[in-house]
Design a protein around this ligand. Structure first.
Ligand code: ASP
Length: 328
């Protein structure tokens, strides 16, 4: 029997100590800790890695602190368009939804696509109708609203750029973006979510869910629902979930590349994930990070930004949470 391990993230970006109050910081640590503990409970009760990552991401979607589900960012038209993906490393089965606007929990819809359809990715209203036919909970757009996200959108709307919801200074992916003068929103402290897990049977799984980037063009789909870009799991190598400038993660097939480096070049989890995050991604302006677990239960959580909301839990041990580069 393998000792089960789970890790989660809530986004990476410019999260300086100065922009987070002590109370805010404590809320993030608590939310991350509670959600990892819930994932550990699934794994310790004999649940699968797939069940654990689905449950962890469902809880992250329901938490307004993070940019997924309730608390998702706004598009340039003032709407919410959500993307999610889940992958089972045991058989490479996967499911994803993109550009959905009515599903309370996109990650559950992604799982439904994986288990109830012969496809991998469904988008827009057809994805919603499919998920609803299989019992998905639908909500009014107002459900996704939070004042913080709305104010954040107000600060950038009208400008021809989009930004990571938790990162005021990343414009590498913006279409013909003007040079940022000042961080637009130094108070930004939210992020895309993800989970990776190894269960006691040796299975790996990964899940990622997001509202995308603030002020994004309607119809824009990022890396999160794209297998190999923002989410990947293969029992032979690794489970990975990414957060950051999605276009760069797509162009480099970042999550898949970590597994490929391990499979074909014999790199360790640490070597492979650091190479992608610190070498491959920056070459195309990619900022962000990944959480990754290999089949032996090793964990890597590299990021090339100031911070990444993250937490992990091993067996019955208490969850560990961190935000900044050096665990706070
Ligand atoms: N990767 C996400 C996207 O590009 C954004 C994020 O991680 O915050 O949609």
């Amino acid at each position: 029997m393998t000792t089960p391990v789970i890790a989660i993230h809530g986004g990476a970006g410019t999260i300086t100590r100065a922009s987070l109050s002590a109370e805010d910081e404590a809320r993030y640590h608590q939310a991350l800790s509670d959600i990892v503990a819930a994932g550990q409970a699934v794994l310790n009760a004999g649940g699968s890695a797939l069940e654990a990552v689905t449950e962890a991401v469902r809880l992250l979607e329901d938490c307004p602190l993070f940019n997924a589900g309730h608390g998702a960012v706004y598009t340039s038209e003032g709407k919410h368009e959500l993307d999610a993906c889940v992958m089972n490393g045991a058989d490479l089965s996967s499911g994803a939804v993109a550009c959905v606007t009515k599903l309370r929990n996109p990650i559950l819809a992604a799982r439904t696509v994986m288990e109830k359809s012969e496809h991998v990715l469904l988008v827009g209203p057809a994805a919603e109708a499919f998920a609803a036919r299989h019992g998905a909970v639908t909500v009014e757009p107002a459900y996704f609203h939070t004042d913080a996200r709305h104010e954040q959108w107000q600060r950038v709307r009208g400008q021809s750029r989009a930004m990571l919801d938790h990162d005021a200074s990343s414009f590498a992916f913006a279409e013909k973006a003007a040079e940022p003068k000042e961080p637009i929103d130094p108070d930004n402290k939210f992020g895309t979510v993800g989970a990776v897990a190894l269960d006691q049977f040796g299975n790996l799984a990964a899940a990622t869910s997001t509202g995308g980037i603030t002020n994004k063009q309607p119809g824009r789909v990022g890396d999160s629902p794209i297998i190999g870009a923002g989410c990947y799991a293969n029992n032979a190598t690794v489970a990975v979930s990414a957060t950051g400038t999605g276009e760069a993660f797509m162009r480099t097939a970042a999550c898949y590349d970590i597994g490929a480096r391990m499979a074909y070049a014999g790199q360790s989890l640490e070597e492979a994930s650091r190479a992608v995050v610190f070498e491959t991604l920056p070459k195309v302006g990619g900022r962000g990070g990944v959480i990754a677990i290999d089949r032996h239960g090793n964990l890597a959580l590299p990021f090339n930004t100031e911070g990444m909301y993250r937490a992990w839990g091993c067996g019955e041990l208490a969850p560990v949470t961190a935000i900044y580069a050096a665990p706070a």
